[in-house]
Design a binder for this molecule. Structure first.
Ligand code: GDP
Length: 184
């Protein structure tokens, strides 16, 4: 499990580390920003400026704290470090529904995840659903792919909030159902 620092974890029943992965520009930072702060930054690049954000949710009468890591652009310059993945029990793997290449790279991201965190639970997210007129990845194709690979799947929009909560909360509840019984 992850090492926890900083703020008090009193009253927390479970803590999970989740990592955001996917090509640069698919909307990872904006998704995280929308989920944790309910904000969308209109500037060209959302700079969260921190390694991770935390969000505490109540699930099944238990208090669950998620520490959600953002690549902060690492994927553009170098391989993502091993430390990024260490202790992660879940991943939100995002592509952009208007960018075919970002979907074609999903398999590469899956391989990378599985190298670092064998049994990691993955939510595949097709982001930018508000741009459906520019769609390059059919929803059915992504759904079939997810089924075949044992991933959970949802299409989201960080811009208009569509399904953002479902994506993160769905992932957290799957982690809770799978590994949450192990109290830290
Ligand atoms: P990251 O590199 O994966 O972290 O991507 P960012 O979060 O920085 O987003 C990349 C670009 O896509 C930015 O210009 C965002 O404003 C835009 N973007 C992110 N999410 C959405 C979305 O749901 N809809 C639309 N239309 N644009 C988005």
């Amino acid at each position: 499990m992850a090492q926890w620092q900083g703020d008090s974890d009193e009253g927390i029943d479970y803590m999970f580390k989740v990592v955001m992965v996917g090509d640069s520009g698919v909307g990872k930072s904006q998704l995280l920003n929308r989920f944790v702060r309910n904000e969308f930054q209109m500037k060209s690049k959302a700079t969260i400026g921190v390694e991770f954000l935390t969000k505490t949710v109540v699930m099944d009468h238990k208090v669950v704290k998620a520490q959600i890591w953002d690549t902060a652009g690492q994927e553009r310059y170098q391989a993502i470090t091993t430390a990024y993945y260490r202790g992660a029990t879940g991943a939100l793997l995002a592509y952009d529904i208007t960018n075919r290449q970002s979907f074609d790279h999903v398999e590469k991201w899956l391989d990378e995840l599985r190298v670092h965190a064998d049994n990691i639970i993955v939510m595949l997210v097709g982001n930018k659903s508000d741009l459906s007129s520019g769609r390059a990845v059919p929803m059915e194709e992504a759904k079939d792919f997810a089924k075949q690979k044992g991933l959970f799947f949802v299409e989201t929009s960080a811009l208009d909030s569509n399904n953002v909560e479902s994506a993160f909360l769905g992932l957290l509840s799957q982690i809770y159902a799978t590994v949450g019984k192990k109290h830290i």
